[in-house]
Design a binder for this molecule. Structure first.
Ligand code: 1GP
Length: 245
């Protein structure tokens, strides 16, 4: 078995230290239009993305391995699993965000799925990145809330989000991910990003409902180290082309 590496995480930490902002394109395997895959790959390569995340709340596709193999042949970016459940583990990826849904009180998503996944991950070459995952209220019920049967934290409750993020850091999480949910009506409030970023040592990921360049830049300015774009790119593969105009 190949030796596991910790390159993906170390690069994120280094980028944070260098104040270099990172961008992940999130691909949901269920939403891949296979006949458009070459074009998708081309657009990823033309984009400013630093990472590709793979995952979704449900994912019924059994083609995750195939998707990642195609991406790895053609895209020179780290491929990071962002799984909704253990069935989405693929040994073809470089790393996995080993998530615990800290904002919820559903034991399955706090530790249950992780116990199921641990023996599988132990056999894999994946770099495992412990990630505290915090769901923030965003206007509509999101797939994360529905599938995990947990309530998001109120948008006004920055103190609770900060305490949750700090608890994750103290428990040894290597990343904190503030999530509004895929296709959220409202992204994570910028004041909340700032509050957490200013009081956390580990890198901060922010995603959900960010649909334009301004949203990305504001999240960075507030202190996000890595921004995740899913729906906006999925709807329009030319999403990142507009940034240069
Ligand atoms: C969802 O944060 C990601 O987990 C991305 O959300 O699809 O709204 O960009 P969007």
């Amino acid at each position: 078995m190949q030796k596991k590496t910790e390159n993906t995480y170390q690069e994120i930490v280094k980028s944070k230290a260098d104040r270099k902002k990172l961008l992940a394109i999130l691909l949901d395997p269920d939403k891949i239009v296979w006949r458009d895959l070459d074009n998708l790959i081309l657009k990823i390569n033309q984009s400013p993305a630093s990472h590709v995340f793979i995952g979704g709340s449900l994912v019924e596709s059994n083609r995750i391995d195939e998707l990642i193999i195609r991406l790895k042949q053609n895209v020179n970016l780290p491929i990071v699993l962002f799984p909704g459940n253990p069935s989405q583990i693929s040994n073809e990826a470089d790393a996995i965000l080993f998530l615990s849904l800290l904002s919820g009180r559903n034991p399955d998503y706090l530790i249950g799925h992780q116990v199921i996944a641990a023996p599988i991950l132990k056999q894999s070459n994946l770099e495992i990145i412990s990630t505290g995952y915090i769901l923030i209220e965003s206007g509509n019920e999101t797939a994360v809330a529905r599938v995990s049967k947990t309530n998001p934290v109120a948008r006004s409750n920055g103190d609770l989000v900060l305490a949750t993020a700090q608890a994750g850091e103290m428990l040894g999480n290597k990343l904190i991910y503030l999530e509004a949910g895929s296709g959220a009506q409202q992204a994570v409030p910028f004041e909340m990003i700032a509050l957490v970023a200013q009081n956390l040592e580990i890198p901060l990921i922010v995603g959900g409902g960010i649909v334009d360049l301004q949203g990305i830049q504001k999240a960075y300015a507030a202190g996000a180290d890595l921004v995740v774009i899913g729906t906006a790119f999925e709807k329009d593969f030319n999403f990142f082309n507009h940034f240069n105009q």
